[in-house]
Structure formats: structure tokens, C-alpha cells
Ligand binder design. Structure first.
Ligand code: AMP
Length: 416
């Protein structure tokens, strides 16, 4: 099988490593890729948000499967354009990707499917927003209705800040605050059959102890030692299958990767958000533990044969990833600094580039690299990930020092 992988972040580097390790994958092409992905794939350039250009590249390179990493190409209709050429695509249609592309659409589907989630209002003016904020009270949760690369949500006790965010966004979803630890559950689906991956937890805030603004994600670990037994079965029955059925009923079946973001509240698991693609950086830890060949799994989802796929196999132990971010991230990042120590297994590239003159590795984005490691226990995996990160040299960079710490220490509790 020949595979074209779209994207160039840490998630795609992890996907590329998984695909390259699958003996059934004979050729791997990535567009645009990154210097880490270049070690295992041939890189091509393409405007990933241009469906016709991606479909043409898929035809030209003779691939059997296109794996779409980021959300923007999905929302733009890249999967539809690839399928129209008779090539399998891992990722939902533009219509189905609205589960991520519009928070209001996702709420509507959840309500119709009876999925447990936060109560919410869609608001388009200050008056409506103010009314919704006052009904729910603090902490206030205001979400941009459109795609915002993981940074469109403000959770704050400051009513004026909540109103200001709403004014900036235009159309927002205001919802009740869900208290409880968060879980990311990835589900591979062909629209009907669905296979859950291991639950993971990510760290959205920039600073230790969840201080500071939201980011694209500063680290992750899997599996979750504190998750109640039966959690995955419960989420499959109460969230995933009803949502997939509702999408089929609407004539827009969802195939690809359904990312269920949950809060473990006193009243049970509640959906915080859906995404239409793998999460970054949880993908790095989940795929580090997946033993089942990745190419065959994604191809079965894309081809509609997932019901015949064997059960997934997992490595024992745990995985932890720690993101090394550039100076000033999540603000406009400092870029162009030389990176040292990245040439080791487990170092996943996200915002890196090669200097044309001498091939030196440079920082080129907000989240620059992540150190991903596995171990027989979560504590061992955490130590190994921090050792990797400790070996990386990048002026002005920062990382959280508490990724997976509370889970290792048994300090995570579900309210109630
Ligand atoms: P989202 O883009 O919807 O995942 O939101 C980003 C982050 O904001 C989530 O991972 C949560 O940490 C937080 N968040 C979003 N919605 C809520 C909510 N209703 N209650 C509490 N926290 C939330």
C-alpha cells in the first residue's frame, strides 16, 4: 500500500512513524511534512487546504490511501475530493467534519443523539451572550463557533473578559462549566463500525498547575490509571454510537477519527467537544502504545471494512510526551533558533525546519518538538520523556514540568 499523509506537525510525525513501521506500507509520501517526517517519508509540497491540489497529488503519486492529519483540510473538503478520484481517504467529508468545524452544529447533533454534554446557548450578540453568562454563572465558558486551532475557547471567572472574547468572535457558544478531570478518547470509525483507542489525557494550559492561557497542548500521557473501569464501553454506548447513528440519519456519515473530549464530572462523563481528527499531542502517546499495524487500521476505516478488522493490540506499560515550546508561545513564537539534541528516538518534530545553507535544525513554530517515551509504568515513562526533553537545547524555550505528575502520584480524583 502507498500512503499520502497530509500535515506537518507532531501529530503527523507520530502518524508517519506508525505508518512507516507497518510492513504493508510500501511507500510513504508526506505533504508538507517536516524534518522529522523526512526521515521516514518522501516530502512533497501542496496547499493542504486546496482539495483539487491534494486530489491531483494523490493521483500523481499513485497512492492507495490519503491520511488527513489536520482539521482545516477536512473542513475544506479534501477527503471528498480525494474520494471523488476513487482513492480511499482517512478523514470525514466536509459535511461530517462540521462536528469539529462548528461548535453549534456539534451541540445540535449531541442534543439530537441524546449525548451527555454541557447545557449551552449559541449567541450572536452581546445581549444574548450576557444573558447566557448570567444564567450559568462563573466560571464562564465562551467558545468561538468556528475553527480556532485549539485556541478559540476562553474559560474565565472574569465576566468582562468573557464578553470581550464573545465580541471578538462574533458567533459563540456559551455553556455551563464542567468540573472534573478531562479525558481524550480517539475512535477509529468507518461511519458504522468503531474501534476505540486507549484513553489519554492532555494538558491544554501553558504553565505548570494548569496556569496561564490555553495552547494547542503541552503534553499528554496514556493510559489513565485513574479512569473508572468500563469508561470506554460507556462512552462508546452513550456517546460514540448515538453520534455516528445521528450522522448517518442526516445522510452525512462520519468516517475517520472521532475525537471525544470528555470531562469526568460528578454526574458522569460529559462531552466537552468533538474533533474530526487525531489530537496533538495525545496521538504521540496513543500510537506509541499501539501494536496493531497503523496503515491497515486506517485503510479499513477509509474503505468501510472496519467491522472485519481484528481487535486492536496494545503494548504493556505507559507513554508520556512533553512538548518543548518556543519562547513567547502561545503568543507569536520566537523562531529561527538552532536546536540541539533532537537526533534521538522519541523526539517528535512539530515546528522545526532545516536551514538551507547547512542543514541545521531550526525552530519554526510555537510547539517545536516533543519528547515521547514509553515505560513499564507511567512513572518510568514520565522519567524517560523528561530525560529526552532535558537533552534538547533551544534558546528561550519552555516546557511544563508536571506532565503526568498528578496521575503518577495518584492525585487525580473524579468529583462526587
Ligand atoms: P475545546 O476547544 O472545546 O476543547 O475547549 C478547550 C478547553 O477548554 C477544554 O479542553 C477544556 O479544558 C476547556 N473547556 C471547554 N469547555 C468547557 C466546559 N464546558 N467546562 C469546563 N472546561 C471547558
Amino acid at each position: 500500500m502507498r500512503v499520502l499523509l497530509l500535515g506537518g506537525g507532531g501529530r503527523e510525525h507520530a502518524l508517519a512513524l506508525g505508518l512507516a513501521a507497518d510492513p504493508a506500507v510500501e511507500g510513504l509520501i508526506a505533504a508538507p511534512g517536516n524534518p522529522g517526517i523526512a526521515e521516514v517519508a518522501e516530502l512533497r509540497s501542496v496547499d493542504a487546504a486546496d482539495p483539487a491540489a491534494v486530489a491531483a497529488l494523490a493521483v500523481e503519486t499513485g497512492v492507495d490511501l490519503v491520511v488527513i492529519g489536520p482539521e482545516a483540510p477536512l473542513v475544506a473538503g479534501v477527503a471528498d475530493a480525494v474520494r471523488a478520484k476513487g482513492i480511499a481517504a482517512f478523514g470525514p467529508s466536509a459535511e461530517a467534519a462540521r462536528l469539529e468545524g462548528s461548535k453549534a452544529f456539534a451541540k445540535d447533533v449531541m442534543t439530537a443523539a441524546g449525548v451527555p454534554t454541557a447545557r449551552a446557548y449559541t449567541c450572536t450578540d452581546q445581549e444574548g451572550t450576557a444573558r447566557a453568562l448570567d444564567e450559568f454563572g462563573a466560571p464562564y465558558v465562551v467558545k468561538n463557533d468556528g475553527l480556532a486551532a485549539g485556541k478559540g475557547v476562553v474559560v474565565t471567572d472574569d465576566r468582562a473578559a468573557a464578553l470581550a472574547h464573545a465580541a471578538e468572535c462574533g458567533r459563540v457558544v456559551v455553556e455551563e462549566y464542567l468540573a472534573g478531570p478531562e479525558v481524550s478518547l480517539f475512535v477509529v470509525t468507518d461511519g458504522e463500525a468503531a474501534l476505540p483507542l486507549l484513553p489519554a489525557q492532555d494538558f491544554k494550559r501553558v504553565g505548570d498547575g494548569d496556569a496561564g492561557p490555553n495552547t494547542g497542548g503541552m503534553g499528554a500521557y496514556a493510559p489513565l490509571p485513574w479512569a473508572p473501569p468500563g469508561l470506554v464501553d460507556e462512552v462508546m454506548a452513550d456517546v460514540v454510537h448515538p453520534t455516528l447513528a445521528e450522522m448517518r440519519r442526516r445522510g452525512t456519515p462520519f468516517s475517520g477519527l472521532l475525537y471525544v473530549g470528555l470531562a469526568m464530572t460528578a454526574a458522569g462523563p460529559r462531552v466537552i467537544e468533538f474533533n474530526a481528527r487525531f489530537g496533538d499531542p495525545e496521538t504521540q502517546v496513543v500510537l506509541a502504545l499501539l501494536e496493531t499495524p497503523l496503515g491497515g487500521l486506517l485503510h479499513a476505516a477509509a474503505a468501510g471494512t472496519l467491522a472485519d478488522h481484528p481487535p486492536l493490540r496494545w503494548r504493556d506499560g505507559a507513554a508520556v510526551t512533553v512538548v518543548v515550546a518556543a519562547g513567547n508561545y502561545p503568543g507569536p513564537p520566537r523562531t529561527g533558533d538552532v536546536i540541539t539534541g533532537a537526533d534521538r528516538p522519541g523526539v517528535i518534530h512539530a515546528g522545526t525546519a532545516r536551514r538551507a545553507a547547512d542543514g541545521a535544525l531550526l525552530s519554526a513554530g510555537g510547539r517545536v518538538l516533543c519528547g515521547t517515551a514509553t515505560g513499564p509504568t507511567l512513572a518510568a515513562a514520565r522519567d524517560a520523556a523528561y530525560e529526552l526533553v532535558g537533552g534538547i537545547g533551544l534558546a528561550g524555550s519552555h516546557h511544563r514540568t508536571d506532565i503526568a505528575a498528578a496521575a503518577v502520584d495518584g492525585r487525580i480524583t473524579i468529583p462526587g
